[in-house]
Design a protein around this ligand. Structure first.
Ligand code: ZN
Length: 274
């Protein structure tokens, strides 16, 4: 990669780090992100440095096995870069990975409650379904393994008892998914305080998914029965995994009622968990 271009990406990574830190998406030295800049080169944030105070020289460069190619004296790549590389190896379309601990999204990840769906058009189009990956010890291969069941069809993940992770075609794309996720989780918490929620119906969702398809954004739900797309959680595309409460009747107004009941139940359980 041309040196100028690489420098611009390093500067952009510092910029994203400042934004994430200023927005409270990470405390102290938490979080990490990376950009795949060529077949065998990944730029990554350093370990034990606040993402709000990075300089372009602090960014480390590793190969696709995690070997350090370039690092300023005293700087080492994040230990999570192995997980990032795991994503790049499995999905050639992913060119950037962002991992942060934004408080609202992390709260849902700790509660372990699937996020309700079919609430906001931007979330459905730009993020889509958000699975909760099982807890894995940070810095170990467990974290990557917990993402594997969802990796083919999703770019945005809650990490149980940990935080959130987003992947994208570039660092801006991955970071914006994180902003949308956090904003969504914040709105869901406010909705819980209001105590009621109105969902989009399956027809609204059909139209949104059609827009998404026209924009060239993939969504596994394009292949699903539209009656199932608003059920909370991610079924992995396997019908038998859809929870019992999702057994929807033929009548579409009943169907919508049941979906809303499920969402109300999720919000109620979140309320009880306080
Ligand atoms: Zn973390």
């Amino acid at each position: 990669m041309a040196i100028m271009r690489e420098w611009e990406i390093r500067e952009l990574m510092c910029d994203i780090g400042r934004r994430a830190w200023q927005r409270g998406f990470v405390a102290a030295n938490e979080g990490n992100f990376s950009v795949r800049i060529s077949e065998d080169e990944v730029l990554t944030t350093p370990t034990l440095v606040s993402k709000g105070f990075m300089e372009p020289e602090d960014i480390c460069k590793v190969d696709m096995e995690g070997n350090v190619l370039d690092a300023r004296r005293g700087r080492k790549p994040t230990s999570e870069v192995i997980m990032h590389i795991g994503l790049y190896q499995r999905r050639s379309d992913i060119k950037a990975v962002v991992h942060l601990h934004p408080p609202y999204a992390t709260a849902f990840a700790v509660a372990g409650e699937p996020l309700p769906k079919c609430i906001l058009p931007e979330v459905e189009i730009f993020v889509g379904e958000i699975p909760i990956a099982e807890y894995g010890t940070p810095g170990t291969p467990e974290l990557m393994e917990s993402l594997l069941p969802f990796l083919e069809n999703h770019d945005t993940f809650l990490l149980a008892n940990h935080g959130a992770l987003t992947a994208g075609k570039d660092i801006i794309d991955a970071y914006y998914k994180m902003e949308i996720l956090e904003s969504y989780c914040k709105i869901l918490i406010i909705l819980q305080q209001i105590g009621k929620i109105r969902q989009l119906n399956p027809e609204h969702m059909r139209r949104l998914l059609a827009i998404k398809e026209r924009m060239g954004l993939s969504d596994r739900r394009l292949q699903c029965d539209i009656r199932h797309v608003c059920v909370p959680g991610v079924s992995n595309g396997i019908e038998k995994d859809i929870p019992k409460s999702a057994e929807l009747p033929q009548n579409s107004s009943d169907e919508q009622g049941i979906v809303e009941e499920v969402v109300q139940e999720v919000l109620r359980r979140l309320g009880e968990a306080k």
